[in-house]
Write a protein that binds this ligand. Sequence first.
Ligand SMILES: [Zn+2]
Length: 220
Amino acid sequence: MQEYKRLTIILFFLFFCVFIRVDAKINDLPLLGKAIYVDPGHGGRDPGALYKDIEEADINLEISKHLVKKLEEKGAIVYIIRDGDYDLSRPNSYNIKRSDLQNRVKLINNSNIDLYLSIHLNTYSSSNWKGAQVFYDDINNNNKKLAENIQASFKKMLNSNRKIKEISTYYMYRHIKVPGALLEVGFLTNPNERHLLKTENYQKKICDSIVEGVINYYNS
Ligand SMILES: [Zn+2]
């Protein structure tokens, strides 16, 4: 009987250890099972916003590449719309911008993904404007919730005072059926933010805040 008792205690202990370890592993991978498309804005013949020799498209791509890694570290399967300096328009298309956006929409809608994140930089006529901001289209019911969660992270981790904004006139976001958002992660026209946006440290900080917002969106 004594032996039986001891065996029961050992088995219980082993079960407890395995359970805790599995639980810790799942907690490390909160985005396990999620497929996400990262969409670096512009590229190729479309440099996006410009400030002297700085092209928005280049910074969008740098940030997007960090974002892919960080989302993968949390367990997600991640795709990227472009991984170099090119656009997605058809050769010989007379409207390069429209063709580029149409192909981005097609890629995202045909990919059976859970979420998309478009990365862009903002500009404004006043150099005082700053801060990361989330834009969303109400075509998908989850878009507002996603926008709120990422904006809350921008506030907490990047000190952004901007608010989420609904858009319905942007061709691309009006046509994507899965949840997602347009993230304008900073202003190229603000001297301080422009400097930060070029540094790897700040780019990674932006990505950490996006990842936290996405995790909170799934947990809320
Ligand atoms: Zn842009």
